[in-house]
Design a protein around this ligand. Structure first.
Ligand SMILES: [Zn+2]
Length: 587
């Protein structure tokens, strides 16, 4: 017999090989199990990018067979990993989203579910779907709660710390995405959804700003949130301002001085347009800008700004509108003195209490508690949702948090007479609890401030920031060193800040008696009058509002009950100021 030629043999082999390959191909195309095992095999040898097409095929066949979402979930999760390594981020995110929204996910171990959600968040960032990603990580932040405030939370083995850690780790993807993205992702969606995303970005940005390696992620997120708010709400809106006050110190820390300057200039002009060129609120932006100029060695410009500030101040206090506003503040008790000399009745309760958290004040207790409420104390004529005490406190905290890098929150706001009574009875006259009727907390205008979970101290960097800036937001330190407004021997409370309104706080700073806030409030009409007439005292000069009764009584109409009250308060202020120390009651 003739031997078959080698050509024929190899030809036959080829036919067989092709047939086998064809069979195999048909099998993985038509037999779900074959496709699946091929996918699994490739995943096992780490050939994930080749695995993806087999996986998609297996998935399509399972869907064709009528498998439900819950049955498909494990395959989808596995396939998402293959798609991630293929850089098909959007597909990976969709697969994970399907799996996590099926009932299969409810049976997952908590940490495993968080890990997959994190994976999905990263896939969203990488596919430039920043909005979805921001929503996921903002919810993580919420679930992290207090753990997010701790810088070293990753050392804790709690779920909350795990959430915080996931958010922390995602900063790398955010930096990448926000560096390359054209920043127009917030132009999609309606106004409400854009603002909601901006809020989430502000929360996340605030979190990253506190982290050692978070500055770039924070700057990207905050800048986008800022631009969104500026476009939709306006540059003068309190929520836009709040971001200016976080972003400015952050830019400055990053050495982005030109960005800082631009930000503050924008804010300055926006406030000027909205409130007029002699509004005392401008002093904040002038101070911030001057700081930037000083940092750059532009001393002449800094000096000119400070001069301008002085002029703004005097113009504002010479303005008749100011006096009108003061009378209204007085009727509304916004600048009412409270101390053991000026007590409040048990029935006194403010009518405009609001939740501090609703105005984005960081709080340390459950938001529904009375203690986490503050008076709205809205400015007359301004949008009550913007120009008010809680919004300004939120801004002040934003600025000082960004400047000090310390964690600042509201520890205590409103306390009713009854609450104060209960707390006082429990503590007696020791320590930090004021007897009922003598506490500014009953007005809802006082805020006790926590730093890193305890009372603010004089040595805190945040305290320095409050000292320097609180008055620009309408707050003063009510119980300075050596005061005798409260019974007890230790009455200094560096954590207790009281809202009196922006103009009154600035007047106190500029013209009031040094470290005598209650005397100042009691004699406020005198200081207003003096400021309006441009008669500012020079250093070392005697304070006529406290020392020379006839100057004021001459201008008071005693027939007006409100003015009569002022007169009696003025007298008390003088007594306060002149009485020898021994005559003051101390317990
Ligand atoms: Zn207090």
């Amino acid at each position: 017999m003739r031997l078959r030629s080698p050509v024929f043999l190899s030809g036959a082999f080829l036919v067989l090989a092709v047939a086998h390959a064809a069979y195999f191909n048909v099998a993985v195309r038509t037999d779900p199990d074959a496709a699946l095992s091929r996918f699994d095999a490739l995943m096992d040898i780490d050939a994930q990018s080749r695995a993806s097409s087999h996986g998609e095929r297996a998935l399509a066949m399972q869907i064709a067979k009528g498998a439900n979402e819950s049955e498909l979930a494990p395959l989808k999760v596995k396939l998402s990993m293959a798609q991630l390594s293929k850089k098909r981020y959007a597909r990976a995110a969709t697969l994970l989203e399907d799996a996590l929204s099926s009932s299969w996910a409810t049976g997952l171990d908590e940490r495993e579910r968080i890990r997959l959600e994190d994976q999905m968040g990263r896939a969203h960032i990488l596919s430039n779907n920043i909005e979805e990603a921001v929503a996921i990580y903002a919810s993580f932040l919420e679930l992290a709660g207090d753990a997010a405030a701790k810088i070293d939370a990753e050392n804790e083995n709690t779920l909350a710390a795990y959430y915080a850690d996931r958010v922390d780790a995602a900063s790398i993807e955010f930096i990448e995405a926000l560096n390359h993205a054209s920043h127009d992702f917030l132009k999609t969606g309606n106004r409400e959804s854009q603002l909601a995303t901006a809020n989430q970005m502000a929360d996340l940005g605030g979190f990253y700003a506190m982290r050692d390696n978070g500055a770039y992620a924070a700057a990207g997120l905050l800048a986008t949130a800022y631009e969104t708010r500026r476009n939709l709400l306006g540059g003068e809106h309190q929520e836009t301002v709040q971001l200016t006050l976080i972003l400015g110190p952050l830019y400055s820390r990053m050495g982005r001085i030109e960005d800082t300057e631009k930000l503050y200039l924008d804010a300055f002009h926006a406030q000027e347009d909205a409130k007029g060129s002699n509004s005392p609120e401008l002093s904040l932006y002038i101070k911030l800008l001057a700081g930037v100029y000083e940092q750059q060695g532009r001393m002449t410009e800094a000096q000119a700004l400070f001069e301008h500030m002085r002029k703004v101040f005097r113009d504002a206090f010479g303005d008749q509108r100011y006096t009108v506003n003061q009378r209204r503040d007085r009727r509304a008790d916004i600048n009412r003195p409270v101390s053991q000399q000026f007590t409040l009745s048990p029935s006194y309760a403010p009518s405009d209490l609001v939740s501090a958290a609703a105005y984005t004040v960081p709080i340390s207790k459950a938001p529904s508690l009375d203690e986490m409420k503050l008076r709205l104390a809205a400015d007359q004529g301004a949008d009550p949702r913007e120009a008010n005490m809680p919004a300004r406190l939120a801004q002040l905290i934003s600025l000082c948090r960004s400047e000090s890098h310390e964690n600042i929150s509201l520890r205590s706001g409103y306390r009713s007479y009854r609450t104060q009574e209960v707390v006082h009875e429990r503590n007696g006259n020791r320590g930090t609890v004021t007897p009922p009727g003598m506490s500014e907390h009953q007005t809802g205008l006082a805020a006790d401030i926590n730093i890193n979970g305890r009372f603010m101290r004089q040595s805190d960097r945040a305290f320095q920031c409050f000292e320097e800036n609180a008055f620009r937001f309408g707050f003063i330190l009510s119980y300075p060193l050596g005061n005798d407004y409260l019974p007890g021997s230790d009455t200094y409370e560096p954590w207790h800040w009281r809202y009196v309104g922006v103009q009154t706080a600035q007047l106190y700073r500029e013209a009031g008696p040094h470290n005598k806030p209650q005397e100042f409030l009691a004699a406020l009409p005198c200081y207003e009058e003096r400021a309006a007439s441009g008669a500012f005292p020079t250093a070392g000069e005697e304070d006529i509002c406290l020392a020379a009764p006839e100057v004021i009584t001459a201008s008071v109409d005693a027939k007006d009950p409100e003015e009569a009250l002022e007169t009696s308060k003025l007298d008390t202020a003088r007594i306060l100021n002149t009485a020898p120390t021994s005559a003051r009651s101390r317990q």
